[in-house]
Every structure is written in structure tokens, then in C-alpha cells.
Design a binder for this molecule. Structure first.
Ligand code: HPA
Length: 272
């Protein structure tokens, strides 16, 4: 793992002439074209980065983009791997730890999720305040040493989340907040499962992000995370759930997400 990370970091440094990003972003389903906002300085295919995810689910390009958005140096992972692809919870570990290694001081994670809380609507955006890991697995399985016993309180950084709220306010975009439950997938949940998740305190459900948060916590990179609520979760609405529906609604929310993320990133441009 460590070897992969330093190998990838070296390749990136060589291919980007030593570009040091400040903020790392992981773009979820349907959000890949946010990367068009970048004044690109280099693009590196995941194929060239050993341990990075291979081309995945529809909507994911599988490349690392380095450059500037609103004056802030960013590293964008366009595409992610999911636990359900190969049953590996650590599928994003090398990628995330490499972002840290090349200089990222914080991360923004985005995803598509189903709404469990009936006070929100498909198309709404939700800032994640905490999560429930329903899979029973961890990307830290196999790690050794006391550092693997990671404290998961405040995993979603309050200061960064405040910045994200301000970015939404600046653009007059409503953003709700809540607890995200990680469901292993790839099948969607049953109505009974969604009912149970609601009772447990989840506001939304999705198939990504949580293992990335755990790895980032282990690697000591603060982060905030944004869900696009693409549908009511199973048994709540009357739309048949499908990945096509997820991509369609995520695409519709893309403009709002782009505005929010652009303002968010701008707020880092005058920080040193
Ligand atoms: N469940 C799980 N993952 C999802 C959903 C859902 O309803 N919508 C988008 N991603």
C-alpha cells in the first residue's frame, strides 16, 4: 500500500511538474463534468497510477485532473471505485492516500444518494453530518498498529461543512443536512431495509463515500461531503429505482453543485 502511494505520488509529481494541489475532490455519479470547471494543468489516467480504481460504473471517466478552480489548486478524482464492484472496501485507499501525499490539505466527497427523510425531495442537496456503516466492513482491515483504531467522531469537518453551507447561501441554493447510511449494493435496498435505516437515524442511503471517509480519517485529511438526493429510497416514492434514474437526476442537480463547489473553492484561494 505505502509503496503504491509513493509510486503514484512520484508519477504525479513528474507528470505535473511538481504541482501541489490544496483541495482534493472525488466526483460521484453524474457529476463528472464538474471537471470542466478546471483550468487544467495536467490529466493523468488512473491506468497509469497503480492501485487507483480501474474504469468503473457508467458516468466515471477514471482520471486524475490537476489544475485551478477559482484560483485554488485542485486535484480531482474523476471516478471512484465502489465496494460492490469487487468486494474490496479499500478500493479507494491508494487514491486517497496519494492525494494526501501530493499535498491535498482537505477533501470534498460527492455522491448520489436515496432520500429516506421524508422532509427532503429528489433533486435536493444534503451536506453529510455523520454516517452509519451498514456493511460491517472497513477499508482498514489488514492495517496494523494502534493508529488503525481511528476515532470517527467529527469525521465530517465542522469548519469545512460551514464553508460549504456558506457557499450554498452565496448562491441562494438550499442545502439540507443529515446522516448518510452506507449500503453495500449493488442492489438497491428493500422497503423494509429503508424502514429499518430510517428508524436507525439515517436521512439518506448510498453505496459509496463512507470507506473513503474512514481512509481519509486514518490519513488525517479533513473533509466535507455532499450528497445529491436523486430519488426517494425504496418504498417511499413510486418511481422504480434504477442507475439511469440516479444519473439523470444527478445531472439535473449538476448546475447547483457546480455553483456551490466553485464558491467553496474560491474561499480557499486567498488562504495560504
Ligand atoms: N440507494 C442506494 N444508493 C443510491 C440510491 C438509493 O436509493 N440512490 C442513489 N444512490
Amino acid at each position: 500500500m505505502i509503496n503504491h502511494v509513493s509510486f503514484c505520488a512520484n508519477i504525479i509529481k513528474l507528470k505535473s511538474s511538481g504541482f501541489i494541489p490544496k483541495v482534493g475532490l472525488i466526483l460521484g455519479s453524474g457529476l463528472g463534468s464538474f471537471a470542466q470547471q478546471v483550468e487544467v494543468t495536467s490529466k493523468i489516467s488512473f491506468e497509469d497510477l497503480s492501485g487507483f480504481p480501474k474504469a468503473g460504473v457508467g458516468g466515471h471517466a477514471g482520471q486524475l485532473i490537476l489544475g485551478y478552480i477559482e484560483g485554488t489548486k485542485v486535484a480531482i478524482l474523476q471516478g471512484r471505485a465502489h465496494y460492490y464492484e469487487h468486494g474490496k472496501a479499500d478500493a479507494m485507499s491508494v487514491a486517497i492516500r496519494t492525494l494526501k501525499e501530493i499535498g491535498c490539505e482537505s477533501l470534498v466527497l460527492t455522491n448520489a444518494a436515496g432520500a429516506i427523510n421524508k422532509n427532503v425531495n429528489p433533486g435536493d442537496l444534503m451536506l453529510i453530518t455523520d454516517h452509519i456503516n451498514m456493511t460491517g466492513v472497513s477499508p482498514l482491515f489488514g492495517e496494523i498498529g494502534n493508529d488503525r483504531f481511528v476515532d470517527m467522531c467529527d469525521a465530517y469537518n465542522a469548519k469545512l461543512s460551514d464553508k460549504m453551507r456558506s457557499a450554498a447561501d452565496e448562491n441562494n441554493i438550499n442545502i439540507t443536512e443529515g446522516v448518510y447510511a452506507w449500503w453495500c449494493g449493488p442492489q438497491f435496498e428493500t422497503p423494509a431495509e429503508i424502514n429499518a435505516l430510517g428508524i436507525l437515524g439515517a436521512d439518506a442511503v448510498g453505496m459509496s463515500t463512507v470507506p473513503e471517509v474512514i481512509v481519509a480519517r486514518y490519513a488525517r485529511i479533513p473533509l466535507c461531503a455532499l450528497s445529491i438526493l436523486t430519488n426517494y429510497a425504496a418504498g417511499i416514492g413510486d418511481v422504480t429505482l434504477s442507475h439511469e434514474q440516479t444519473l439523470l437526476i444527478a445531472k439535473q442537480a449538476e448546475q447547483s453543485v457546480t455553483l456551490i463547489l466553485s464558491s467553496y473553492l474560491k474561499s480557499f484561494s486567498n488562504e495560504d
